[in-house]
Write a protein that binds this ligand. Sequence first.
Ligand SMILES: [Zn+2]
Ligand SMILES: [Zn+2]
Length: 428
Amino acid sequence: MAGTVKAAILRGRKTVETVVEESRKKAEKVVEDGLNTVDAVVEVSFNTVETVVVKGRKRVESAVSLGRKTVEQALFHDRSTMQAAVLHGREDVRIEQVPISKAEAGELVVEVGAALTCGTDLKVFRRGYHARMIVPPALFGHEMAGTVVEVGAGAEGFAAGDRVVALNSAPCGECYYCERGQENLCDDLLFNNGAYAEFIRIPARIVAKNTLRVPAHVPLEYAALTEPLACAVHGFEDSGPRPGDTVAVIGGGPLGLMILHVAALYGCQVIALVKYDGQAEAARRLGAAHVVQTDSIREAIRETRALTEKNRGVDIAIEAVGVPEAWQEAVELVRKGGTVNFFGGCALGTRVALDTNRIHYSDITLRATFHHTPKFCRKALDLISSGRFQAEAFITGHAHLAELNRVFEKLMNRSSEIKTAIVPEEKR
Ligand SMILES: [Zn+2]
Ligand SMILES: [Zn+2]
């Protein structure tokens, strides 16, 4: 009897236990399902909220951008004339009200954000013309970046509001030289001038071949350095550098400083040969390992060679002054088997006397790099955008268009200015 009762109790307990266990499991499952559902709901709502926020932000951004573009467009279309620097002759630049060109097929009109002064412009200002580039009366200035305000029919890949740097030239792409990748020597190199102005028309060929979009984080005045930097990178690479090479750069002007900075970034030991204190200071800041500062060419050669092992001379010497004495000096700086680059263009009709014995028996390579090619323009803008290139060091002043004459007079007096950014009044 007792056994039966015990067994019954035992059975009953088991049943209760089973029921309890089952209910617990059921309850757990409900809770778990509930939790999952809650999670899923939270996740979904969260995603929805995020999507809505992102979408909303994008809509607002595009509305703002559209609004800005529309306003810019409206302002631009209300205008038919602009302020621009017109070169009339020697040291005669006048700021005049001139018509704004319309964008024809394939062309762009760009509102200039910043135009930079350049040694070439200074030469043109002094002489009143440039054999290849500019015949007065003419618009003037060639280093600039800005914002597209008008797009001609068929100008592929550009829209109003785009920030761009438009180069000062573009090759034809079809001649003997272009086909050999020497586009800087193109038989039909097309030049464009008129950067010292509120707006500039960009010819179709330059739009197609040498107009580059400026990344949002790059200020327009830095992007405007693309043209001279393209020449500098071209000259440097043409000299066949290897990391660790000792490179002498003669001249502390904007291009000399750019070449030495590029060489230092590339990992060369740079010796800068300069005349003025401001140039010496800039050279050091831009990575020159040594600065030789003297007016005497003989002394400069002696000091430079003394900086190399056993006075052997440098691996590469780049001349960036553009006077015959400096060309001759460059040949005296290099070691046996070294390379000289006559980068600085001298005045028309200039000749130099070179020591043929030294050039032949020391197996010296002579090069003379001119201008840039589309490839180097892209390399230059990439270098500026990377932040490795110290763009800010090259822009030492800002001025408005109306002050252009004063700026050139100052540059002629060999001030320590490297480049002055000519900017529209309201953007200073
Ligand atoms: Zn230039
Ligand atoms: Zn060509």
